[in-house]
Design a protein around this ligand. Structure first.
Ligand SMILES: *Cc1c(COP(=O)(O)O)cnc(C)c1O
Length: 383
């Protein structure tokens, strides 16, 4: 591929900071760089507390433990998401209750929540798809009225905002990902952001194998012990050093991503109008995170045709989530085709274009030209 779909990009200081972490002699978790990362993430998301984790998947698992999710509990979430959103709760014996998404943002449809709530519902998990915020006012109000927790799977949403507040600041918890496919990366990594003070101490315990080791290190107790079930969710400080370099460069990263995203949107508008393709919608009260650029083609055939056409031009374009409810495992939970029509239709027609942190203007223009040369079948002969 001349223009890959994604390329992990070093911003410059990663190796220097990783070497410094080695020099400092503290290469396990919660060293100098982990603390710096935690503080920076709290500033960015305006969260009360932040704990870097080994992945976003693990951060979501921590929310399931913190909320005491168990067999018989139900968790409302979109089906149009990554498997980890559901797995974390399924691993605790809970049932994912999939709600459909809105046709404009592909975020969970807040109007579908009331009907999905039962006496067994424990939480609503939202995903800010593509880094464009969900309808947080209605979602938080519904959760408050029905006594449910809100968890933001904010893997796409770091740097995004809703009505002047950062994504990641709305739920009791928000989870971040620094996997190499995200905006800022460290290879594999994540974070748990906590907005409800009452959960901070237990979160530290669960992340430290169920021990109160953190209190011991702070000198609050003279020996540490096992206090509740937990696991090992803290990454090495070497990875935190990598991430720190990326976070320091985040203004540059976001500037480039924004330029590419905006260039795509402007450059493809005419083609989209002519062919019946749909470009992403960003409601005016939202600041987006520029995580990905997607389009919806008129039909699946058109979408597959465009991916093949771009591949022939050595451009990497890809589809996205197979809805969890129609996945092999989703079917074992009793779900069938046709239950979530907006999700199914979007999944079948969606394509993502290349977007990475050092993508050049000429590369963007090449992609726009290649897309512009593609005629969806649905419109052939009707133009
Ligand atoms: C990437 C992603 C995850 C998983 O992140 P990891 O850090 O790889 O565990 C979870 N949810 C969403 C929406 C994601 O995009």
């Amino acid at each position: 591929m001349k223009i890959p779909f994604n390329r992990p990009v070093l911003m410059g200081d990663e190796q220097r900071y990783m070497a410094d972490a080695l020099q400092r002699g503290h290469v396990s978790g919660d060293g100098y760089y982990t603390k710096a990362v935690n503080a920076r993430l709290c500033e960015l998301t305006k969260s009360r507390a932040g704990l870097m984790t080994t992945s976003c998947t693990h951060a979501i698992e921590m929310t399931a433990l913190l909320l005491g999710v168990g067999p018989g509990d139900e968790i409302i979430m979109p089906s149009f998401t990554f498997v980890s959103t559901a797995n974390a709760f399924v691993l605790r014996g809970a049932k994912p209750v999939f709600a459909d998404v809105r046709p404009d943002t592909l975020n969970i449809d807040e109007r579908a929540l009331e009907a999905a709530i039962t006496p067994r519902t424990k939480a609503i998990v939202v995903v800010h798809y593509a880094g464009i915020g969900c309808e947080m006012d209605v979602i938080c109000e519904t959760a408050r009225r029905r006594g449910l927790a809100v968890v933001e799977d904010n893997a796409h949403g770091l740097f995004g905002g809703y009505r002047g507040r950062p994504l990641g600041s709305f739920g009791a918890f928000a989870t971040q990902s620094f996997h190499e496919t995200k905006n800022v990366i460290c290879g594999e990594g994540g974070a748990l952001m906590i907005n409800d003070e009452a959960f901070v101490e237990r979160a530290e315990i669960i992340r430290e194998k169920g021990t109160n080791r953190n209190r011991f290190f702070r000198g609050l107790i003279d020996k540490y012990t096992w206090v509740e079930p937990g696991s090992s969710y803290l990454p090495s400080d070497i990875l935190a050093a990598f991430l720190w370099a990326q976070l320091e460069a985040s203004a540059r990263i976001q500037e480039r991503r924004s330029a590419i995203w905006t260039g795509y949107h402007a450059g493809l508008r005419g083609w989209a109008e002519r062919t019946g393709a749909t470009l992403p919608t960003v409601p005016p009260d939202r600041t987006q995170a520029f995580h990905l650029f997607y389009m919806l083609l008129p039909t699946t055939e058109d979408r597959d045709g465009l991916i093949a056409h771009l591949r022939a031009n050595e451009i990497g374009a890809v589809f996205h989530y197979v809805p969890l409810h129609t996945s092999e495992y989703g079917r074992t939970l009793g779900y069938t085709d046709g239950q979530l029509p907006v999700t199914e239709s979007a999944s079948e027609r969606l394509v993502r274009l290349p977007l990475f942190n050092d993508m050049r203007e000429d590369e963007m223009q090449r992609v726009i030209e290649a897309v512009g040369a593609f005629e969806p079948r649905a419109r052939v002969g009707t133009a």
